[in-house]
Design a protein around this ligand. Structure first.
Ligand code: Z5A
Length: 204
C-alpha cells in the first residue's frame, strides 16, 4: 500500500507519518517512511537547490522539471522496490504537491504540464490531506528554523497552494481524504489518521 501525506508547510505531515509508522509496525507490517524532495542521493542535491534562498531559479517550469526528476528517482530507487517487497510506503509529499505549488502557487497551467505529470506512473492508494490555515502553518515553520525558498513566498502564494490542494481533493474523492486540523492537537489528528488508514487497510 502506498500512502501520501499532503498539505502546506507546518501542517503536521512528518509528525503524523512518524506516529503512523510506529502504529502500523506494531501490527507487524514493514513500513517505509520517505519524503520529497530529496530522498535519494541525487534528490538530496536537487533539494538543496530547490529550497536554498540563494538559488537563482526564475523559470517555474524549470523548477517543476526538478521536482519531477526528483520524483522519478524516488520512485525507481525507493518507492517501487519497497512496494514490490510488500512494504507499506508512507511519503511526505508526492505529485499533488507539484500541482498545488507549481500550478497553484506559481500559477502554471496544469494542462501544459500534463505531459510531465504523465511520466509519473504510480499513484498513491490513499492520500491524507492535512488542511490548515497558512497563518498557522507558517507560524510553526517560522518557530522551527529559517524560512526556505517556498516558505518565503507571500501569503497569497500559500493561500493558492492550500486552495489547489482542496481542488485536487474535490476531484479525487476516491483517493484523497481531507482532515481539517486547525485547533486539533497532535493526538486528536492522529486519532483521525488512524481511522482513515484502518478503514483503507480493512477494505483491502
Ligand atoms: N514542493 C514543491 O513546491 N513541489 C513539489 O512537488 C514538492 C515540494 C514535492 C519542501 O519542504 C518544499 O518543497 C515545500 C513544498 C515544496 N515547501 N514549503 N514550504 P520541506 O519538505 O522541507 O517542508 P514541508 O513539507 O513543508 O514540511 P514541514 O514544514 O516539516 O511541515 P510538516 O511536515 O507538515 O509539519 P511537521 O514537521 O510535522 O510539524 C511542524 C511543527 O508543528 C512541529 O514543531 C510539530 O511538532 C508541530 N505540530 C504538528 N502538528 C501539530 C498540531 N496538531 N498542533 C500543534 N503543533 C503541531
Amino acid at each position: 500500500m502506498f500512502i501520501s501525506f499532503e498539505g502546506i508547510e507546518g501542517a503536521g505531515k512528518s509528525t503524523q507519518i512518524k506516529r503512523l509508522a510506529t502504529y502500523l509496525e506494531s501490527f507487524g507490517y514493514e513500513v517505509l517512511v520517505t519524503f520529497e524532495p530529496g530522498a535519494t542521493h541525487f534528490g538530496a542535491s536537487l533539494r538543496k537547490v530547490l529550497l536554498d534562498t540563494d538559488t537563482q531559479l526564475t523559470d517555474p517550469v524549470a523548477e517543476t522539471c526538478l521536482f519531477i526528476a526528483d520524483r522519478l528517482e524516488h520512485i525507481s530507487q525507493v518507492i517501487k522496490p519497497a512496494l514490490d517487497r510488500g512494504a507499506i510506503v508512507l511519503t511526505d509529499r508526492f505529485l499533488d504537491s507539484t500541482i498545488a505549488y507549481q500550478c497553484g502557487g506559481r500559477q502554471l497551467s496544469e494542462a501544459s504540464l500534463q505531459p510531465l505529470f504523465d511520466l509519473i506512473l504510480i499513484s498513491p492508494d490513499l492520500t491524507i490531506l492535512l488542511d490548515t490555515d497558512p497563518n498557522e502553518g507558517l507560524r510553526r515553520a517560522k518557530a522551527r528554523a529559517a524560512l526556505d525558498r517556498f516558505e518565503q513566498e507571500n501569503f497569497s502564494f500559500h493561500e493558492r497552494v492550500r486552495s489547489t490542494f482542496i481542488d485536487i481533493a474535490d476531484r479525487s474523492q476516491d483517493r484523497v481524504h481531507v482532515l481539517s486540523v486547525d485547533g486539533l492537537s497532535i493526538d486528536e489528528v492522529f486519532e483521525s489518521v488512524k481511522i482513515v488508514v484502518d478503514e483503507k487497510i480493512n477494505r483491502r
